[in-house]
Ligand binder design. Structure first.
Ligand SMILES: Cc1ncc(COP(=O)(O)O)c(C=O)c1O
Length: 405
């Protein structure tokens, strides 16, 4: 999709606006499938935390994707979108036994990541097929928030606790059908994946009834020009070969699972905002837009760089701008960035706005959340309306006259 399409969508639906290109999601899905075509049983579970709009879930379902979920609410959204329970995986962290039991009752594959809950669940439900999330103690991921497989991380069961884990499984006679790991997001080097895979294979050798191995995700996508990305094709070649060899050793064709979020939807997304004000100070030219970290928090939370394009003046002379939001705190999207000359009223398009953008948005400053549009077959379809004042009040219960002071 092109700048002129985005400009037309901004005009048609208003700003701020998220736009997702269905074709890009499809091409990323196909790319991953093709890279692992040598694996007999491949399964892709879309990590819906990245972007959980029900229409996006439906789109991925139609492509043949399963779902990776982290909360019972995500499971319910997945079921609502039409996924069969057996197409949904549930990998929570730090949730209650009750929530895990509730999800299990829905027929969804559960994945347990600590020994305490594993023992309690196994004692009560020894026949339920369970997956175990291990912590491989690998330092990987683009920043500390998204590095989740290292020794000090709260995620997974330490591989050093394997003897204890095996004892729990033997004592409870529970049914372990899968081993899972996810070491982090934005992993640059495929050697890290291959190294961690060996740890997963080692862990798998402890269990006799496995059906699948889940390698999580963490594929890095480019965020700016000439940025590094995971070489999926190379990873596909190397890991498929290694996985097939492991299956032979294990004596069974296991299913290889990935659960990508960013890889599938990041580059498909554009966030369109309007410039409210251009403000020249003694040192800086600020472009103040009709949004803030309430709509796109990644630059402020992770220091992420989203490429910003002035689609109203794409060929204009480039100047340096700091692009800032309208929130009552410093909310800088980009510092001293070269952007084609900006005038008030211009539309700025943020790239890579598909993953962890809308799904991390909030109503801070009592602002409405943006609308979402899916670009499908050359047409924009509204898949979430702009919020209205009633949405801010929806669950609030005003004091009655008797309860006021
Ligand atoms: C368990 C798990 N799986 C998959 C993902 C998706 O990662 P990514 O968006 O980098 O593909 C995450 C991200 O937080 C995760 O925690």
């Amino acid at each position: 999709m092109q700048g002129k399409d985005l400009l037309q969508l901004a005009e048609q639906f208003g700003t701020p606006l998220y736009v997702y290109d269905a074709e890009k999601i499809q091409s990323q899905f196909n790319r991953l499938t093709k890279a692992f075509s040598k694996v007999e049983n491949l399964r892709i579970n879309y990590a819906m935390k990245a972007l959980s709009n029900v229409s996006i879930l439906q789109l991925l379902k139609d492509m043949g994707s399963g779902l990776d979920t982290v909360s019972i609410q995500e499971v319910l959204l997945g079921l609502h979108a039409g996924y069969a329970p057996e197409k949904i995986f549930y990998t929570p962290n730090g949730v209650s036994l009750e929530e895990i039991e509730e999800v299990n009752a829905l027929g969804v594959q559960i994945n347990i990541d600590n020994l305490s809950i594993l023992e309690q669940f196994g004692t009560k439900h020894p026949n339920v097929p369970v997956c175990i999330r291990i912590n491989p103690h690998v330092m990987a991921g683009g920043n500390t928030n998204i590095s989740v497989g290292h020794i000090d991380s709260k995620f997974g069961i330490s591989i050093h606790q394997m003897p204890h884990l095996v004892r729990i499984v033997e004592n409870t006679k529970m049914n372990i059908v899968g081993i899972h790991m996810h070491t982090g997001s934005d992993i640059l080097d495929i050697e890290v994946f291959l190294y961690a895979a060996e740890i997963l294979f080692d862990a798998a050798r402890n269990f006799k009834n496995l059906e699948f191995l889940d390698f999580g995700s963490g594929f890095k996508v480019p965020y700016k020009k000439d940025d590094i990305e995971t070489d999926i094709e190379e990873l596909g070649k190397k890991l498929s070969k290694r996985f097939n060899a492991f299956c032979e050793e294990y004596g069974k064709d296991l299913t290889l699972i990935f659960e990508p979020g960013k890889f599938l939807v990041s580059q498909a997304g554009f966030f369109l905002t309007k410039v409210n004000v251009v403000k020249q100070t003694t040192s800086t030219v600020f472009a103040g837009i009709d949004s803030g970290f309430n709509h796109l928090i990644r630059p402020m939370l992770y220091g992420s760089q989203h490429h910003i394009e002035n689609i109203s003046n794409p060929k204009g002379k480039e100047r340096f701008y700091s692009v800032v939001g309208y929130i009552c705190e410093t909310d800088t999207f980009a510092n001293n960035r070269r952007i084609a000359e900006i005038k008030e009223g211009d539309i700025l398009s943020f790239h890579n706005a598909g993953a962890y953008c809308f799904s991390m948005s909030s109503n801070y400053n009592s602002r409405y959340k943006p609308a979402e549009v899916l670009w499908l077959h050359g047409k924009g379809r509204l898949i979430r309306a702009h919020e209205k004042f009633e949405d801010l009040l929806q669950n609030q219960i005003p004091l009655t006259t008797e309860t006021t002071i």
